[in-house]
Design a binder for this molecule. Structure first.
Ligand code: GLY
Length: 366
């Protein structure tokens, strides 16, 4: 098992990575919380898909705390990442007399982690303990680490949220074995993003050999170290800029156009990873055309994304995508920090007015 630490301004996360650690979840969490005030109740928030697979095992694990352990199952899907869902959790917590010293465990993908994290950050002005157990590749390499939590509004993604570092993140790559292929590949888009913005070697490691990326013992070990490598990058970035005033923006490579695409797809027809894949390829094309990105990046990125079956062709008219992007919370005072890559491993952030952005997007087609 690998152990990494993220030191946040208000609290720090112990990030544990290892195949099979879900089966020691209780013991590991308790060890990480030792010396602190322990919870007197625990609520596991999970979604209807993940509940069937792992809820029973996690509840059994948490029995080690010898306090009441509840679960709250939310419907699966980004379309439920909203304040209604959070409100139902608040009601459940208050009905079970949850207090500030208690613990929320987020068991699931990015949506569950964001919702449960937001609940932990806001219920009673923030409860003491938050544990993230991410069950998708995307959540393991990105959303469970770094403390961003939140929900969507009809106008756009993550428009309400809070920063709340989890106390413990338990990353068990074995749970990825049960993931449907398209969910796994959605996570690969975020892995490839780290190769684009920080560490070119990740692109070589992510290169798909024949067949599935995780079908042999060697491939499983490779995946675990790939996850750890991505998490280590995320830690470095977040420790330098926890609240996204500078460096952390680079994690949004591919996300500005990606969020617009997700909105146009009503948060249902496209996964986050698929949208980010198309957003990255669009940013590479715009960057090459403007002389910001070295020639050849677009082709290499496209080949890699396509090898995972990730989409690279925009499914909506560019004018519609631009309109959908205008709801992005990152647009401030009519301009946005748009992330380009200069080459693999090196970003170039440009502050663009929305009109400059619209002009640059013309290269993407009509
Ligand atoms: N998912 C991007 C970030 O955590 O900043």
């Amino acid at each position: 098992m690998r152990k990494l630490n993220l030191k946040g301004k208000h609290n720090s996360s112990a990030i544990l990575i290892g195949r099979g650690i879900l089966n020691q979840a209780g013991e590991l969490c308790r060890a990480e919380l030792s010396g602190r005030k322990l919870p007197s109740a625990i609520c596991v928030v999970t979604d209807s898909n993940v509940a069937e697979l792992y809820l029973k095992a996690v509840l059994e694990q948490l029995a080690i705390f010898e306090v009441p352990v509840y679960s709250h199952v939310i419907p699966a899907g980004e379309e439920f990442k909203n304040l209604d869902t959070v409100s139902k959790i608040y009601e459940d917590l208050s009905a079970n007399r949850f207090g500030r010293d208690d613990m929320i465990v987020a068991l699931g993908g990015g949506v569950t982690g964001d919702i449960a994290g937001f609940t932990a950050a806001t219920y009673m002005r923030g409860i003491r303990h938050l544990v993230q157990i991410p069950t998708t590749l995307l959540a393991q390499v990105d959303s469970s680490v770094g403390g961003k939590t939140g929900v969507d509004l009809p106008l756009g993604k993550n428009l309400v949220g809070a920063f709340r570092q989890p106390d413990v993140v338990l990353i068990d790559p074995a749970v990825l074995d049960s993931l449907p292929e398209h969910i796994f590949t959605g996570g690969m888009a975020e892995v490839i993003k780290y190769g684009c913005i920080w560490d070119e070697e990740i692109l070589d490691l992510a290169k798909k050999e024949n067949g599935s990326a995780v079908d042999s013992k060697q491939e499983k070990e490779k995946l675990e170290s790939l996850i750890a490598r991505c998490v280590a990058i995320k830690i470095r970035v977040v420790e330098e800029d926890e609240t996204e005033e500078g460096l952390r923006r680079i994690l949004n490579f591919g996300h500005t156009i990606g969020h617009g695409l997700e909105k146009l797809a009503d948060f249902t027809d496209l996964s986050h990873g698929e949208a980010v894949a198309m957003g990255m390829i669009a940013a590479a094309q715009m960057g090459e055309s403007a002389g910001i990105t070295e020639e050849g990046c677009y082709d290499r990125l496209k080949t890699l994304l396509q090898s995972y079956g990730l989409p690279t062709k925009l499914p909506y008219p560019v004018a519609d995508i631009y309109q959908a992007m205008m709801a992005d919370k990152k647009i401030q005072g009519g301009s946005i920090h748009f992330i380009f890559i200069e080459n693999f491993g090196k970003t170039d952030t440009r502050k663009l007015s929305v009109e400059e952005l619209r002009q640059m997007m013309k290269v993407l087609g009509d």
